[in-house]
Design a binder for this molecule. Structure first.
Ligand SMILES: Cc1cc2nc3c(=O)[nH]c(=O)nc-3n(C[C@H](O)[C@H](O)[C@H](O)COP(=O)(O)O)c2cc1C
Length: 302
């Protein structure tokens, strides 16, 4: 029997699949169900310091080979962590708490709170492409990210991951974050995109721009994971368009330790984690590997 267990900065996962942030909103019961259904870890929706209603509908549109969303980081505010985390926790499945903000002191306040309520990993959403002064707007600035990570690793013991998106300078951002003690990298968030209704002659989403997810971004994510692993070899949660075990194996070979799944959950349901981990297991058996850890970054050895 091959071994599917992996570790993210000392946090043990029974298999490499991770529920990506935002897909099930902030619903504790759904996070719990995801953990029970077979995900190796689950990620919360990004919390912000104040509750956010998000944008007016339409906030989601189906496009070729993916999904376009501009939810606007709708969430009940970080204080809900204290209600959601204990309810979501089941079978010791690690919970990754995602945080979004504009200022360092906001992140510090939320990260301490998340740690107090048992977050296993704190993930900084530095890459949401559709909310101004948050996400990508701050995450593309290496100096800001370095300061932020430095502050957080000074005040919490919980491993801090930064979630990056597609920017020209992601290697510099990653390098500065790792220098300041980031425990790992989550890559990638959705990619800023747009769809236009040709009859209404307006953008489809109320916010005009949205984030593209799903199969369309899978090769982009593979490239980003490959680059980061080749240069730094940190623990990586690879995310982007995984909807079958083959996609997950591709990320593992590129250097991901764990595999985030988002859009495919809305398409195929929570059992996707089991389909993907079963597929990885069969692949490892057929290819003669004893552990999933043996193929992490394998492509770099060739
Ligand atoms: C509806 C929706 C909401 C999302 N909300 C968040 C969020 O709150 N925080 C975050 O870091 N990423 C969020 N994401 C991005 C996903 O976590 C993931 O990085 C992205 O969708 C790419 O993975 P996928 O192709 O498997 O969906 C969201 C994605 C979708 C589709």
């Amino acid at each position: 029997m091959v071994d599917l267990r992996v570790e993210l900065a000392g946090i043990k996962l029974s298999n490499p699949t991770v529920l990506a942030s935002g897909i099930l909103g902030d619903n504790a019961a759904l996070l719990r169900r995801a953990a029970k259904t077979g995900f190796g870890a689950v990620t919360t929706k990004s919390f912000t310091i104040e509750p956010r209603e998000g944008y007016a509908t339409p906030i989601i549109a189906e496009v070729k080979a993916g999904l376009l969303n501009a939810v606007g980081l709708a969430n009940p505010g970080y204080k809900e962590i204290k209600d959601i985390l204990p309810k979501a926790r089941v079978n010791g499945v690690p919970i990754i708490v995602s945080l979004a903000g504009s200022k360092i002191d906001e992140f510090v306040e939320m990260a301490i709170y998340a740690e107090d309520w048992g977050a296993d990993i704190v993930e900084l959403n530095l890459s949401c492409p559709h909310v101004s002064m948050m996400g990508m707007d701050i995450g593309h600035d290496p100096a800001f990210v370095a300061n932020l990570v430095g502050e957080l690793t000074g005040v919490i013991e919980t491993p801090v991951f930064i979630k990056i998106g597609l920017t020209d300078n992601y290697m510099e951002v990653v390098s500065r974050a790792l220098d300041k003690g980031a425990a790992g990298i989550t890559a990638i968030n959705t990619v800023k995109a747009m769809a236009i209704n040709i009859y209404a002659k307006t953008p489809v989403l109320s916010h005009r721009y949205g984030g593209l997810s799903g199969p369309a971004i899978h090769p982009i994510a593979t490239r980003v994971i490959y680059d980061i692993y080749r240069e730094f070899k940190p623990p990586i949660i690879g995310i982007g368009g995984v909807e079958a075990w083959e996609d997950a194996v591709e990320f593992l070979l590129a250097g991901a330790t764990a595999i985030g799944i988002g859009t495919a959950v809305s398409k195929h349901g929570l059992t996707i984690s089991k389909v993907v981990s079963d597929g990885i297991r069969t692949y490892l058996e057929r290819e003669g590997f004893e552990s999933v850890r043996d193929i992490i970054g394998y492509v770099h050895r060739k």
